[in-house]
Design a protein around this ligand. Structure first.
Ligand code: FES
Ligand SMILES: [Fe+2]
Length: 364
């Protein structure tokens, strides 16, 4: 592990919340990069992100009240508009330019709200890593979009998703199917400037347990499975999963394929906790709610298996400042991602200074 002082990249889009998490009449509190943020939906239907700290005496604005397109602090009543400017102070006629809180660019793409925590003038919505299947009706998602909270640094989750040999041991009876999965095929990793890609095949195996629960094919059908994985900074994981008859080839389509499209987004809450968002879409048995429910349960079971081992790993690492990891050949992707990450941080720090450490009790 490298000591970078501050490990956060600020000038990039982070997954902040599914729009379905935001209630229309209630501000929503969530912390990103160790900064508490309040998100609320205006009467006009826009989503707004502000510092979750009133500029008067630091009461959380997430305990406030939505009034039209504004948010009122429910301590002494200051009212803020969607740009974070105070527009009303009860009992006071003058409002100074300092009576404001920071507002953050926040954009909805396919039901995911993306937040920009860095320099606002660098925020370009065209750079949002939108995952098209999220709003493509030819893909059927789960009954609702999913979220997990991790007590672990987000990079440990990136590591996990960078090496699929763990499916054999962590997910033997859920997502993997057998311990052969680790030895079946070495994955070739394509290194990119902003992440990596790899393709991994598992040939002539039974359908994995999660698929067996919902497959339209006979349960004992032997299949070839292809996973095509992309991981982009800051923590965007996208995967195409395809099951077909033995011998099918991705360049020469053979027969029917059962397909999934999966996105997983890791956003640092703090240096030791992470927001984890995911959706799992399919191209078969569309619109069958019980199939979606079964799939969601199976995936949650699998993702909890990751969570248990990653959170345990985090605890060990917190106690082990002398730990020097010994690399394996399968670490290519995660090593590359970390190298790119720290390079990006070094570049960013040249123009955008590290956020100061949190000052405890500034008021007292
Ligand atoms: S703390 Fe918000 S108005 Fe006083
Ligand atoms: Fe996993």
């Amino acid at each position: 592990m490298r000591d970078a002082g501050n490990w956060f990249l600020y000038n990039c889009w982070y997954a902040a919340a599914w729009t379905s998490e935001i209630e229309s009449d209630k501000p929503f509190a969530r912390t990103f990069l160790e900064k508490p943020i309040v998100i609320f939906r205006t009467q006009g239907g826009d989503h707004v992100a502000l510092d979750d700290r009133c500029c008067h005496r630091a009461a959380p604005l997430s305990m406030g009240r939505i009034e039209g397109d504004c948010l009122r602090c429910m301590y002494h009543g200051m009212k803020y508009n969607s740009e974070g400017l105070c527009v009303e102070i009860p009992g006071q006629a003058t409002i100074s330019a300092n009576h404001r809180v920071h507002s953050y660019p926040l954009v909805d793409r396919g039901g995911m709200l993306w937040i920009w925590m860095g320099e606002p003038d660098k925020a370009d919505p065209a750079d949002i890593p939108h995952f098209e299947p999220l709003d493509d009706p030819s893909w059927c998602g789960l009954p609702s979009r999913c979220y997990l909270h991790y007590d672990a640094n987000w990079m440990l989750i990136v590591d996990n998703l960078a090496d699929f040999s763990h499916l054999a041991f962590v997910h033997t009876n859920t997502l993997g199917g057998s311990e052969d999965y680790a030895t079946e095929s070495a994955q070739h990793v394509d290194k990119l400037a902003n992440g990596f890609e790899f393709e991994r095949w598992h040939r002539e195996s039974r359908q994995p347990p999660y698929l067996q629960k919902i497959t339209p094919w006979p349960e004992d059908t032997i299949v070839d499975r292809r996973n095509f994985v992309r991981m982009y900074m800051p923590g965007i994981f996208l995967m195409d999963t395809q099951f077909g008859a033995v011998g099918w080839d991705s360049t020469e389509h053979v027969g029917e394929l059962l397909e999934f499209r999966n996105c997983q987004y890791m956003t640092p809450e703090t240096r030791s906790t992470t927001h984890f968002f995911w959706e799992y879409l399919r191209n078969f048995r569309m619109g069958e709610d019980d199939v979606g429910e079964t799939l969601r349960e199976a995936m949650f079971t699998g993702f909890f298996e990751d969570k248990v081992i990653i959170e345990a790993q985090q605890k060990i690492l917190e106690q082990a400042d002398d730990f020097q990891p010994r690399g394996l050949a399968s670490d290519t992707a995660l090593a590359h991602f970390r190298r790119m990450w720290f390079e990006r941080i070094e570049q960013e720090r040249e123009t955008y200074p590290v956020a100061p450490d949190i000052i405890k009790n500034p008021v007292i």
